[in-house]
Design a binder for this molecule. Sequence first.
Ligand SMILES: Cc1cc2nc3c(=O)[nH]c(=O)nc-3n(C[C@H](O)[C@H](O)[C@H](O)COP(=O)(O)OP(=O)(O)OC[C@H]3O[C@@H](n4cnc5c(N)ncnc54)[C@H](O)[C@@H]3O)c2cc1C
Length: 227
Amino acid sequence: MKIQLLNFTQNPEETVAQAARLCYSDRGIGELKKATVGDKSDRIIKKIMELGHYSVLEHVSFTFGIEGISRVTSHQLVRHRIASFSQQSQRYVKVGEKQEYIIPESIEKNKKELLLKFRKLSQACFSLYHEMLAEGILAEDARYILPQAIITSIIFTANARELTHFFRLRCCNRAQWEIRELAISMLKLVKEIAPNIFKDAGPPCLTGPCPEGEMTCGRPWRKENDS
Ligand SMILES: Cc1cc2nc3c(=O)[nH]c(=O)nc-3n(C[C@H](O)[C@H](O)[C@H](O)COP(=O)(O)OP(=O)(O)OC[C@H]3O[C@@H](n4cnc5c(N)ncnc54)[C@H](O)[C@@H]3O)c2cc1C
């Protein structure tokens, strides 16, 4: 998979800090802007994260270009309703001769015979797809035979509040490996840009006990690890 941070709100931490200060200050917006330049943002961001005043995070958003993920994963991704998506269409874009699809490591590494069957069946699906196109069937109908493993490209935009929620769910060991890999890569990219906003972003066990009950992976939360 290939993940790029395509764009983001300029000066995200200053913007969030300015919005937070506005809520608690009688000063004008221009004055507040001066008060939130550079390092001065750190303290107020820490405070709002502790207070849970997350609505101020909605003023900044990040846009990612995501390539080479399976349709299994893009389907999981688009369940996040507060984000915005543009995905390459299988109605208007025909799948090329070079069939690219994701093979999970469990199948790739451990099950030689299953791997052969997986490849053979996937290729049979692609062959039938192209045969249907050649017979004049529209791509929008021929695509019904394509495997979920087929790769896709998607542009994803979300504000920092939604991203924090996304990282909480999808960086967790309970999330499936492919979307977890994607979420972890995205988190690395935004941490470089907004380290204070995303300092504690990630699975719930970074900031408190695991909420997964009997489904827990058993990883202790960070404070327990530290002690
Ligand atoms: C480990 C794991 C397993 C999963 N398994 C399944 C499964 O078996 N079947 C399945 O269908 N899905 C499954 N999902 C997907 C899951 O149910 C959610 O659809 C997905 O994680 C998006 O989460 P969300 O709704 O919290 O987030 P978003 O859609 O990103 O929304 C963010 C938050 O906004 C609020 N919000 C958004 N829309 C509404 C609304 N209409 N009304 C009220 N509040 C709203 C909620 O507080 C929500 O948490 C799974 C997810 C995970 C992480």
